[in-house]
Design a protein around this ligand. Structure first.
Ligand code: GLP
Length: 246
């Protein structure tokens, strides 16, 4: 696994936005996998700035978000769709028909997941996937378990994960949905290029286990060790468990 250690999160965010901008310039019809959470906020801010300076045209880009809370309609302020509208979609020229999202308010979760997998397959999979990592080693909402699921699916959120995302629900864990819809491991591992971003001492254990630990469903991010084109971008704090020699 290629690990890049940045002097700061903001330096990494600017570099990530430049990487996306270069990728879109090389392939204007890029298919982009997008995460949510606190980590990508600075990247989205940098992407918006590049777009506003006329240096990044999203008009032919296709986006797929990784996951969505179950039971929240897209216009619920707590939904990941609303998060993406606030932090990226409202500020750039992605076309509405090329923005793809799991619908957390879908009546039948299984059918919605199958629809999403088909949509991603029709788009040819992701060219570039930006990922975060949960403190318990989850990627998207693929949570630690006895086994993992290849395809998009309904995921029960662990207590740890619900606590980790509570900040988006006014720090009230009771308001965090109990489940989500998420891309499965196959979609993530089939992305042609992956940049995983993790910053701060709180992510050091998750990053070390991902990069140096056993490949196990108890740490879903560890399966990225099998991906041939993944880079792990960290600051010194998140990367402190990596000796950088492998
Ligand atoms: C949520 C999201 C993940 C994200 C994780 C870490 O679980 N489903 O996609 O990577 O949170 O978020 P943060 O960047 O806020 O630590």
């Amino acid at each position: 696994m290629n690990v890049r250690v940045f002097t700061s999160e903001s330096e990494a965010a600017a570099a990530c936005a430049t990487l996306v901008s270069n990728a879109v310039r090389e392939k204007p019809s890029l298919v982009l996998g997008l995460p949510t959470g606190r980590t990508p906020l600075n990247v989205y801010r940098e992407l918006v700035a590049l777009h506003q300076r006329g240096q990044l045209d999203f008009s032919r880009v296709t986006s797929f978000n990784l996951d969505e809370f179950l039971g929240l309609p897209p216009d619920d302020p707590g939904s990941f769709r609303a998060y993406m509208e606030r932090h990226l979609f409202q500020h750039v020229n992605l076309s509405a028909e090329r923005i793809h999202f799991l619908d957390g308010s879908a009546e039948r979760a299984e059918q919605e997941c199958a629809r999403y997998d088909a949509q991603l397959a029709a788009a040819g999979g992701m060219d570039l996937l930006l990922l975060g990592i949960g403190p318990n080693g989850h990627v998207a909402f693929n949570e630690p378990d006895e086994s993992l699921q290849a395809l998009s699916h309904r995921a029960r959120l662990s207590r740890e994960t619900r606590q980790a995302v509570a900040s988006f629900f006014g720090d009230d864990v009771s308001k965090v949905p109990l489940a989500a819809l998420t891309l499965g491991m196959s979609a993530l591992l089939q992305a042609r290029r992956v940049i995983l971003l993790a910053f701060g001492v709180g992510k050091a254990a998750a990053v070390t286990a991902m990069a140096r630990g056993p490949i196990t469903p108890r740490w879903p991010a560890s399966f990225l060790q099998l991906h041939g084109n993944v880079e792990v971008w960290v600051d010194a704090e998140a990367g402190r468990g990596l000796d950088g020699s492998r």
